[in-house]
Design a protein around this ligand. Structure first.
Ligand SMILES: Cc1cc2nc3c(=O)[nH]c(=O)nc-3n(C[C@H](O)[C@H](O)[C@H](O)COP(=O)(O)OP(=O)(O)OC[C@H]3O[C@@H](n4cnc5c(N)ncnc54)[C@H](O)[C@@H]3O)c2cc1C
Ligand code: SF4
Ligand code: SF4
Ligand code: SF4
Length: 384
């Protein structure tokens, strides 16, 4: 265990002051897994880390957090994972070998999946090949669509955790238990771009449990939404407990669609109020450091968009195609690129708004200085 120099702030205090108190935490869960002494656990309502015992003089949780190193590691992690620097023309999608649309041919997957079921198809294939012994995914707490991390160990678990749950799932908190309690040594992580970045940082810093991770499937992500206001809205319209009857949530440019006995359309202006602060500052849309990225933008309804990136990703996806597990067609790369650029611009703009606010400017002054709508500034400042 890495020891601290005399007089240095213990790891947890440093994590708190540099990341948590500055509202930069993305709730990836890595710090919890890093505390091998189990002093750190996850607690709910509100979602937070909770320290169960006094710390030893160690810095494991701080070292596991990617946030303080975000700028320093920009570009470096990509080079490490993908073997070279990104070319200008690869902006803003990241390094890739293929982009395509794909749809599972497995009926059970199609009935249960969010889009084309590519994530579940890859997991099913990896379990059948015995190339993984577990996958860290986001399950659903008590059927109420609240995401929470779980370890899938077979195809039934994969099906039970399919579909998109909006809300924060600190998936990496389970790396510790998956390795040390369940003795898994070849794990696939399914996660959002923030999870993948955190995981790549853990691999880069040689976190001792990281060699157990054998593949990352990264979801696209424009933004996430807080679970509780979403649930309150749905139940306010459809009745208490009604969220358990929902079959699927999906988000378009104008609304969040809630598919239940009837389809509820929540205006996007309402939904935007539930975007957590850290998502307003996030610029990775296509999960640029994953082995394989999967989304739906850029593909026809019922298909998933797949970006194959690493050598490992290439061989897994090639095996799936060779076995005839998916139907494929071209994806609309220009559409994906446009959304990725928009997310980048938004992150830069939010950072400028927050910097100007810190410098003491009013919302009106910020809007004038940046030449943007006052409404936009006020929306971002709600989370300042
Ligand atoms: C918060 C969020 C935002 C997204 N935003 C976009 C977007 O802007 N554009 C886009 O094209 N796609 C987006 N996606 C991805 C999209 O919703 C689908 O997950 C993707 O198309 C894969 O579909 P599939 O049918 O292959 O997945 P499935 O086979 O249904 O598998 C879905 C996988 O996602 C995991 N998962 C579900 N919820 C979460 C969660 N909250 N955190 C971590 N993992 C989770 C499940 O465990 C499961 O393994 C988003 C996903 C999430 C969770
Ligand atoms: S004991 Fe755990 S919580 Fe405390 S500094 Fe070490 S890793 Fe962090
Ligand atoms: S490791 Fe992840 S969950 Fe922990 S403080 Fe950093 S960002 Fe937050
Ligand atoms: S927008 Fe970024 S920080 Fe927010 S959930 Fe998506 S990847 Fe994570």
């Amino acid at each position: 265990m890495k020891s601290m120099k005399r007089g240095e702030m213990p790891g947890y205090e440093r994590l708190r002051s540099e990341v948590v108190d500055r509202k930069l935490c993305t709730f990836c869960g890595a710090c919890v897994s890093a505390c091998l002494l189990r002093h750190l656990e996850w607690a709910d309502e509100p979602l937070r880390r909770e320290k169960k015992a006094a710390c030893e003089e160690c810095s494991l949780c701080y070292d596991a957090c990617y946030v303080p190193k975000l700028q320093e590691e920009e570009g470096l992690l990509e080079e490490e994972v993908l073997g070279r620097k990104r070319r200008m023309e690869e902006e803003p999608l990241g390094i890739f070998s293929r982009i395509l649309a794909a749809k599972s041919k497995d009926e059970r997957i199609l009935e249960n999946a969010q889009d084309g079921g590519v994530v579940s198809t890859i997991l099913k294939h990896l379990f059948e090949q015995k190339s993984i012994d577990g996958a860290i995914v986001a399950g659903m707490r008590e059927g109420f669509w609240e995401p929470f991390p779980r370890v899938a160990k077979n195809f039934d678990d994969v099906i039970a955790s399919a579909r998109t749950k909006f809300g924060i799932s600190p998936n990496l908190m389970l790396v510790r238990d998956a390795v040390l309690e369940e003795y898994l040594d070849s794990i696939c992580i399914v996660g959002l771009p923030c999870h993948t970045r955190a995981l790549r940082h853990m691999q880069h810093t040689k976190f001792e449990l990281a060699p157990a991770i054998s593949l990352t499937i990264g979801l696209f992500c424009r933004e996430n939404y807080e679970y509780l206001p979403l649930r309150n809205y749905v139940e306010g319209v459809l009745g208490e407990g009604s969220i358990a009857e929902v079959r699927k949530f999906s988000v378009t440019e104008d609304a969040m669609l809630v598919f239940s006995d009837k389809t509820l359309s929540i205006p996007i202006t309402e939904v935007k109020k539930w975007v957590p602060r850290h998502c307003l500052l996030c610029s990775d849309y296509t999960n640029e450091l994953a082995d394989i990225s999967v989304g739906c933008d850029g593909s026809p309804d019922g298909f998933s968009t797949v970006i194959v990136r690493t050598e490992r990703g290439k061989s897994v996806f090639a095996a799936i195609e060779a076995k005839g597990l998916v139907e494929t067609k071209p994806a609309d790369i220009a559409a994906i690129r446009e959304i990725a650029e928009r997310k980048r611009r938004k992150a830069v703009q939010t950072k400028k708004i927050y910097d100007l606010r810190s410098a003491g400017l009013s919302a009106e002054e910020i809007a004038t200085r940046l030449g943007i709508e006052l409404e936009t500034v006020l929306h971002r400042l709600e989370k300042y």
